[in-house]
Design a protein around this ligand. Structure first.
Ligand code: DC
Length: 218
């Protein structure tokens, strides 16, 4: 069994930024489980299946083979043998992942992949149900959150910096909707595990959050 650190929290809380930095400092592998749901979403979009077509999504999930490799420590996601890592971070893919990840058969498809990575390696794994469901015996559990306003502002700044036009209110609305879906779904809803440490990063810098989590690790 590897040493396992679980980080859960809502969209835009900074989980991946923080997890990557902790991984680097502690020599863990960073496992981004959202990317796995996004990989399945790419498959559904490629096949032209609507998120509402549950039977179609379940059938398509069955034939999708998602696997993970690490190249120079960076997670690469393969869908049916093809590296699709560069196609995961669009709003379209994120929304499809958010709408299809509540389906139990979709989650089931990724469960063993996530658990086997944690068995074999020292990992910091981020997602929505890592501490509550995937790795209930994780050595460290963190629930990383921030206010909707902070998360929307961070996303707004990130997009503006890239020269992309965007609307703050639109982003905040999108975040609220995603929270609502992630927290109120029947299967594996986003919630803080009883034994997770709550870290609210609204008024913290990135190094402060990293330091807080590193201190919890052995
Ligand atoms: O973290 P992210 O934005 O890449 O995740 C995309 C979607 O996948 C998100 O809306 C919720 C879902 N997800 C999930 O249900 N369980 C996880 N462990 C990770 C992500």
């Amino acid at each position: 069994m590897g040493y396992n650190v679980a980080i859960d929290g809502p969209a835009g809380a900074g989980k991946s930024t923080i997890a990557k930095l902790v991984a680097k400092e502690k020599g863990y592998i960073y496992v981004d489980t959202g990317a796995m749901y996004r990989a399945l979403a790419v498959h559904f979009l490629e096949k032209g299946i609507a998120a509402e077509d549950t039977a179609g999504i379940i059938a398509a999930a069955r034939e999708a083979e998602v696997s993970i490799r690490y190249e120079e420590g960076v997670q690469q996601v393969y869908l049916n043998g093809e590296n699709i890592s560069s196609r995961l971070r669009t709003e379209e893919v994120g929304n499809m992942a958010s709408m299809t990840s509540p389906i139990p058969e979709v989650r089931e498809r990724l469960l063993e992949l996530q658990r086997s990575l944690a068995r074999e390696r020292d990992v910091i794994m981020d997602g929505r149900d890592i501490g509550t469901n995937i790795l209930p015996d994780a050595d460290v559990k963190v629930y990383l959150t921030a206010s909707v306003e902070t998360r929307a502002k961070r996303r707004y700044d990130e997009l503006t910096e890239k020269g992309l036009a965007c609307d703050y209110e639109e982003i905040a609305k999108d975040i609220r909707e995603r929270d609502e879906r992630d927290m109120n779904r029947e299967t594996a809803p986003l919630r803080q595990a009883e034994d997770a440490v709550l870290v609210d990063s609204s008024d913290m810098t990135i190094p402060e959050v990293v330091e807080t989590i590193v201190r919890l690790c052995r």
